[in-house]
Write a protein that binds this ligand. Structure first.
Ligand SMILES: Cc1cc2nc3c(=O)[nH]c(=O)nc-3n(C[C@H](O)[C@H](O)[C@H](O)COP(=O)(O)OP(=O)(O)OC[C@H]3O[C@@H](n4cnc5c(N)ncnc54)[C@H](O)[C@@H]3O)c2cc1C
Length: 477
């Protein structure tokens, strides 16, 4: 690298924060004036996931406001990233520092930029780089417990502390951001909000300390809601892991509280596992990781898919979750598993349809976690739920929303229902069919027990065809 460049570009992508930012620190260490640059790619897809886009835009505004306090700002450009980044880099003779991401679009961007600019790719998305958490022979772990064991055995890198006073940022007046970048959105987000939320989770009503026993309840807030912030790096995953692990060693804690902390930290390791899965198996975005389950004859009924998407299946827990997803862009992990299982097993619709729908509506959409979650629930992924595990939407509702408070919020017609039958409204003394009259389906759309049997037959058929094909291929080789 050229010694002491005059300028250095900090290419912001999924690290929308100043604090604990290894990429920013590495850029500043060159001694050059740091230019924070974000490129919004103009594609036909822009705007498809409005909730995610709004969250991102308000996050960019938040970062810009933080930089403004330092007389600098975030340079936002709209257009083709390769053209814009290489033009800036060439013009200013500036190297480009960027946080590593393991998703296929990032890899493609790096491939195109590599011959054009001096690139420095820095780890920061995960606590360990996926290539560090492997078997001795550098093979990826396919079983979560083994991954976790290795992950926990590695010495954790020191959390980077950004010394903002030591960084020279480009002056705000030195550039113009694209005027098309909207300066106001109603969302309150960004690093400040992420920190507030995190500390509230640690302190208020003992949410973290009760996480072990309460985390699956969907009728009140039991989890941190940090996912959209973590995904865009508004808070550093290294710093939160560090802070919560320090709490774990507090001698005053009850055993159940220590266990809760440990379970929450475990979720962050699951996140690392799915990131590592994407790194090692990028094909998992579109391909089932278990080839013996790639031969399922999926149901292509548009009506069934539409009923699921809109929350018109007749199963309250599924419908409430799908309505919340469409309206708010966030649903609880338990609900994600229930609706995913319902789509794939009860309706026998390809998991990729579900992953796409989540992609259009989740405010925390993130390729590794989304594909990981879908393949896990479908039983087709790494260390997934066994394919024969089918979530029962009635029992799940009774267990995790016992009084039906959650489903009543999203399906007010059920206010009239007694708690006892709220998760099976076709059984109510006065049946409450809350589906729109114009949507002509049976109520509920399918009998869960029959659907379960059909799903298992289809999954087993795929395995059996695959096995026969394997034997055949072995014999003719
Ligand atoms: C079908 C399906 C699709 C999913 N799609 C996404 C997605 O697109 N984006 C996304 O961030 N998460 C996804 N998840 C994982 C999980 O549902 C969310 O991360 C979690 O619900 C976020 O809520 P929280 O921040 O309150 O989590 P908490 O329970 O407070 O957990 C803390 C953090 O740990 C991480 N985490 C927790 N559970 C998981 C998990 N199962 N996998 C990976 N990371 C996890 C998240 O970063 C989360 O913010 C999906 C899960 C399923 C079953």
């Amino acid at each position: 690298m050229e010694q002491n460049p005059n300028y250095v570009i900090w290419l912001v992508r999924r690290d929308l924060r100043l604090e604990n930012n290894r990429t920013l620190m590495s850029a500043a260490e060159t001694g050059g004036t740091v230019i924070p640059l974000f490129v919004i790619q103009e594609t036909a897809d822009n705007g498809i996931n409005k909730k995610f886009n709004n969250f991102l835009l308000s996050g960019l505004n938040g970062l810009d406001a933080e930089l403004e306090k330092l007389n600098s700002g975030l340079l936002v450009k709209i257009g083709d990233p390769v053209t814009i980044i290489s033009a800036f880099s060439k013009l200013l003779r500036a190297p480009v520092f960027v946080e590593e991401d393991y998703s296929p679009p990032f890899l493609e961007l790096m491939k195109q930029l590599n011959p054009l600019v001096e690139l420095k790719v820095i780890r920061g998305l995960t606590i360990f780089h996926p290539s560090e958490v492997t078997r001795d022979s550098n093979h990826a772990f396919k079983v979560y417990s083994q991954f976790r064991k290795k992950w926990e055995s590695l010495p954790r890198p020191k959390v980077p502390i950004t010394d903002l006073k030591a960084i020279r940022f480009v002056h705000r007046k030195a550039f113009d951001s694209d005027t098309r970048h909207p300066k106001t959105t109603t969302l309150v987000t960004g690093a400040k909000k992420a920190k507030e939320l995190f500390h509230k989770f640690l302190s208020s009503e003992g949410k973290l300390l009760n996480y072990g026993s309460k985390r699956s309840r969907v009728d009140y807030q039991t989890t941190s809601h940090l996912s959209p912030f973590i995904n865009l790096g508004m808070i550093s995953v290294e710093s939160i892991f560090q802070e919560v692990s320090t709490m774990e060693s507090d001698k005053e804690l009850k055993d159940s509280e220590r266990k809760s902390i440990n379970i929450w930290l475990n979720e962050l390791i699951w996140r690392e596992f799915f990131q590592a899965s994407l790194f090692h198996f990028p094909e998992s975005v579109t391909t089932t990781l278990r080839p013996d389950l790639e031969l399922i004859e999926w149901n292509s009924s548009e009506k069934a898919l539409y009923s699921w998407q809109e929350g018109f299946t007749g199963y309250p827990i599924v419908d409430a979750a799908m309505r919340q997803l469409k309206q708010e862009g966030w649903i609880h992990n338990r609900l994600r598993m229930i609706v995913a299982s319902f789509l794939v097993k009860d309706l026998l619709i390809d998991w990729r349809e579900g992953a796409n729908w989540f992609g259009k509506h989740l405010v925390d959409i993130e390729t590794a976690a989304n594909v990981g979650g879908w393949q896990w629930t479908a039983g087709t992924g790494l260390d997934a739920a066994p394919y024969f595990r089918v979530f029962n939407p009635i029992l799940q509702g009774k267990k995790f929303d016992p009084k039906g408070e959650y489903v009543r919020t999203w399906i007010p017609e059920l206010n009239r229902s007694p708690d006892k039958v709220i998760h099976e409204p076709w059984k109510t003394p006065i049946q409450i069919n809350y589906l729109p009259k114009t949507h002509k389906t049976t109520f509920p759309i399918i009998d869960h027990y029959e659907a379960r049997r059909n799903a298992l037959d289809s999954f087993e058929k795929s395995r059996s065809i695959y096995k026969k094909a394997e034997v055949f291929l072995k014999n003719i080789r």
